[in-house]
Design a protein around this ligand. Structure first.
Ligand SMILES: [Zn+2]
Ligand SMILES: [Zn+2]
Length: 244
């Protein structure tokens, strides 16, 4: 039982790390830079750990920038204020995201400030690859699950990336406290100590200062995504932009 729980927890946090570090903080906000080779390594690791629910970083970045520009207005690609049931909310997010992915894959969008790897993106997007990852997850559970009840966790592995996105976008804009009441959106800090989503649930803090690397503001708040990016900075795997 311990093995399967450990596998679940590891997949949860490693996949989450790549979404917050690579998709959100790097691709969407450019909070730091990295050398082209390092970018490829992180891109590959993102693909491997997101697996069946791989999210295209460029499409994610454009959608997320739109979210900041139009937070909790009608133009927000995912606002619980306008899509008040979770099915509508996730459907709207999915439709917007797929539209952007297709535009990138068909070269209808040619942004240069987002990470691209078209050949890998095509492989990652293919039905064959996604199915292969699903079979791997099932195989792991068949091998290690102590009872079939644990198979209920398999869908969480299959949809890991969108589940993380849903938790942040839904609860981060509907539930919690605010440090910055003057913000015109409905962003919230959902958890005082966000160990669940590596700092992503400090949406109110993040919307106040979208380029700030540390999403934590008050003494008790803890942004583990920031702490890890700080270690990567010290290891010189990523670098800060020079102050203008
Ligand atoms: Zn937000
Ligand atoms: Zn953001």
């Amino acid at each position: 039982m311990l093995t399967i729980i450990l596998i679940f927890v590891c997949h949860w946090y490693i996949a989450l790390f790549f979404q917050t570090f690579f998709h959100h903080r790097y691709a969407s906000h450019k909070m730091f830079k990295m050398k082209p080779f390092t970018e490829k390594v992180f891109y590959m690791l993102t693909f491997l750990f997101q697996g069946s629910s791989f999210l295209n970083p460029a499409a994610y970045a454009v959608m997320h920038r739109n979210h900041h520009t139009h937070a909790d207005t009608e133009k927000d690609p995912h606002s619980p204020q306008f899509h008040t049931n979770i099915f509508d909310f996730n459907k709207r997010t999915f439709v917007e995201y797929r539209k952007l992915v297709n535009q990138f894959l068909n070269n209808e969008i040619t942004l240069t400030d987002v990470p691209r790897w078209p050949s890998l993106e095509r492989i990652a997007e293919s039905l064959f690859t996604r199915t292969l990852f699903i079979l791997i997850y099932i195989g792991i559970y068949v091998a290690y699950a102590p009872s079939p009840w644990f198979y209920c966790l398999i869908p969480l592995h299959i949809f890991m990336g969108p589940i993380h996105g849903y938790i942040v976008n839904w609860y981060g804009h509907s539930l919690g406290y605010r440090n910055f009441n003057e913000m015109p959106d409905n962003s919230k800090n959902t958890l005082p100590i966000d160990l669940l989503m590596m700092g992503e649930l400090y949406q109110n803090n993040h919307h106040k200062a979208p380029q700030k690397r540390n999403f934590a503001v008050r003494w008790f708040e803890l942004d583990t995504g920031y702490l890890i990016s700080d270690i990567l900075l010290k290891l010189n795997l990523i670098q800060l932009h020079k102050a203008k």
